[in-house]
Design a protein around this ligand. Structure first.
Ligand SMILES: [Zn+2]
Length: 79
């Protein structure tokens, strides 16, 4: 059994590891690199980490937009 890296919030419903391997019953997922024994995941580690960071940034940005929107809405209500 190979353990692939998975940096998402939930691995439930994930069908494909970030290295491109389709996940079967014999595949595990872990968010900890120390437990990842898939060579392809390990060799893509830098790239995967970068895309995970980019994704995080996008999420944070989105949440910032949402917060700004909520503030706008809140201000409107109090007026
Ligand atoms: Zn893998």
């Amino acid at each position: 059994m190979k353990t692939h890296y998975y940096g998402g919030i939930s691995s439930e419903g994930a069908e494909q590891a970030p290295c491109g391997v389709w996940l079967g019953e014999g595949s595990g997922l872990s968010g900890e690199w120390g437990r990842v024994d898939c060579i392809r995941c390990q060799s893509h580690k830098k790239k995967i980490n970068e895309s995970a960071a980019a994704e995080e940034r996008a999420i944070v940005e989105q949440m910032g937009d949402m917060a700004a929107f909520m503030r706008e809405e809140g201000n409107r209500e109090h007026r």
